[in-house]
Design a protein around this ligand. Structure first.
Ligand SMILES: NC(=O)C1=CN([C@@H]2O[C@H](COP(=O)(O)OP(=O)(O)OC[C@H]3O[C@@H](n4cnc5c(N)ncnc54)[C@H](O)[C@@H]3O)[C@@H](O)[C@H]2O)[C@H](O)CC1
Ligand SMILES: [K+]
Length: 528
């Protein structure tokens, strides 16, 4: 499913109204209808008591439609409007007029300081079964303050079931960040398409279970090619060649490891084998190889001479390059160390390697000081930074990156002409031509040493078993997250190690083959 920005939903709205004549009242009616369908399914409506908090924009207008429909169905409804209703415009104004004529109590809270009415509101909240949060939607333009902040606080401390309309109030529709404070909902129904703010943390978590209603937008609008962001749904894997041998499932060279990092090369090269890859070759410092071999002797080892600190020496360059020419793909960087000589080697190898190249970890740090090497590469390049490494690539702080992940990863992929995997909760995969996928598999237990190294192997394996390079990257990210989810299902999220992620990879690939479609529809429920 596509995911849109606030600007994109506004454009869809405009097109629906102006080009198809689906007037604002119809869209708002459909939005209210969708919300009531969720309530019917999740909480029941008849004889239930609802408190509906409405802002002064169209999100509040949706709340007023819901008030009318719930009343009609037999619920007891109390509406709070958080500003002077004369400010309502268009369809929201129409719906305010209708609700004013119904036997539905409406209370206006328009003094900047709502302390006087706090007890009254609290009483209503205490007596209700369900709260509808229709305070702010995509029009949130500044931090919540005063009575808005107080109401959100009251909602969050109510211990009642909460349905947020479009997005939890206080969450930025583009970034998912909290502006001031934000509602924590049990369910959210979003309209047209999910917004990026519904899908990125913390907005995703605050929204609870996510429903989407296309509110009768024509398919051409919500499937438009101009919308570049999507959920990372699994692509189907090519059937495994039953007549195949190890060379049929990819032949990949990993250039990884140093005197301080024995795990990274192991998790990368072994992650490739456990995700279905064929030939895993590992160029590592000579002295650490016996230790890696003790954990995974299925890898083919290519021992390298070492620097004094135990990293791969520069003098290996030509021999490594000769190796890369015979491989389908190269992974460079896991645990390479930041030794100057090895960094120089990483830069010069990146210039010369003429097969698809995935650069991770210390490889990224080495290249960050000379990004033009990446820009000039002709064969595909994939970078898999965590936010700290993304900071080295972009020169921006981690805080700045976290505040606008989609835009920054999109711009960086375009600028570097590389596929970028920005790791984190809901990893992003961005392509040079502007597409971005939001990955929904994975969990907090996966923030553990070696997890990212396993990911490099999973991506390489997807390429090895026959996906094209673009699909390999997003499928590798999907499988890696799924494997972590399977590990969490078995052991809980606390204490998952990279070894656990590695161990569940074969099962993750099996599930993706057998149940790919089912897995992809898990995160967002479509509703009328
Ligand atoms: N296609 C659709 O998705 C449809 C969406 N609908 C709903 O409309 C809202 C967006 O409506 P909009 O009027 O643009 O914005 P809001 O209702 O979110 O609020 C704007 C309102 O609030 C003021 N404001 C903004 N920030 C603050 C703040 N921190 N404190 C106080 N006041 C603030 C701002 O000045 C405006 O007055 C969308 O989310 C959907 O729910 C349609 O109903 C159907 C089509
Ligand atoms: K809302």
């Amino acid at each position: 499913m596509k995911i849109c920005s606030v600007a994109e939903i506004r454009e869809m709205d405009r097109a629906a109204i102006e080009e198809f004549g689906i007037i604002e009242e119809i869209l708002m009616e459909n939005a209210g209808q969708g919300a009531c369908s969720v309530l019917l399914e999740q909480t029941g409506i008849k004889d239930k008591k609802f408190c509906i908090f409405c802002g002064i924009g169209n999100n509040g207008g949706d709340g007023l439609v819901i008030a009318r429909k719930l009343h009609s169905y037999g619920a007891e409804v109390k509406v709070f409007i958080l500003s002077d209703p004369v400010k309502y415009k268009g369809a929201a104004k129409t719906n305010y007029k209708i609700v004013s004529q119904l036997p539905v109590p409406v209370e206006v809270i328009d003094s900047p300081d709502m302390l006087q009415s706090k007890t009254g509101i609290k009483n209503h909240i205490n007596c209700c079964d369900i709260i509808i949060d229709a305070v702010f939607g995509t029009g949130l333009s500044r931090n919540t303050e005063g009575r808005y902040k107080d109401i959100i606080e009251l909602i969050n401390t109510s211990q009642k079931k909460v349905l947020s309309i479009d997005i939890p109030s206080g969450v930025n529709g583009d970034t998912g960040r909290i502006m001031g404070n934000a509602v924590r909902a049990d369910f959210t129904i979003t309209f047209g398409l999910p917004k990026t703010g519904n899908m990125l943390y913390p907005g995703y978590e605050l929204g609870g279970k996510l429903y989407v209603s296309h509110i009768s937008f024509p398919r051409s609008l919500y499937k438009s090619e101009t919308i570049k962001t999507s959920v990372n749904t699994p692509v189907s894997l090519p059937p495994r060649n039953s007549n195949g041998h190890k060379g049929s499932f990819g032949d990949v060279l990993f250039i990884a490891g140093s005197g301080s990092y024995y795990g990274a090369p192991y998790f990368s090269a072994c992650g490739f084998l456990k995700s279905g890859g064929g030939y895993s070759r590992l160029a590592s410092p000579r002295s650490i190889i016996p230790f890696i071999a003790a954990r995974c002797s299925e890898i083919v080892f290519i021992p390298q001479s070492e620097t004094v600190s135990g990293s791969i020496a520069y003098e290996n360059k030509n021999a490594i390059l000769a190796q890369t020419q015979k491989r389908n793909m190269v992974v460079l960087g896991p645990g390479l160390s930041l030794e100057k000589e090895t960094r120089q080697l990483a830069q010069e190898l990146t210039e010369k390697i003429d097969v698809p190249l995935l650069i991770d970890g210390d490889g990224i740090t080495a290249l960050s000081s000379n990004l033009s090497i990446i820009q000039k590469r002709i064969p595909p390049t994939i970078l898999t930074p965590h936010p700290g490494e993304m900071s080295s690539i972009t020169g921006m702080s981690v805080k700045e990156i976290e505040a606008d992940r989609i835009k920054i990863v999109q711009d960086t992929a375009e600028k570097l002409n590389a596929i970028i995997v920005l790791k984190g909760a809901h990893t992003l995969i961005a392509y040079p031509e502007g597409r971005v996928y939001i990955n929904m598999t994975g969990n907090s237990g996966m923030g553990t040493p070696g997890s990212g190294d396993v990911l490099t192997g999973a991506v390489a394996a997807m390429f090895g078993i026959g996906l094209n390079i673009e699909d390999s990257v997003r499928m590798g990210v999907f499988i890696h997250g799924l494997s972590g989810d399977l590990a969490a299902e078995q052991y809980g999220k606390d204490g998952i190690t990279a070894q656990d992620i590695l161990d569940f990879l074969p099962l993750a690939v099996k599930k993706a083959r057998e149940k790919g479609h089912e897995l992809s529809s898990k995160t967002i429920r479509s509703i009328f």
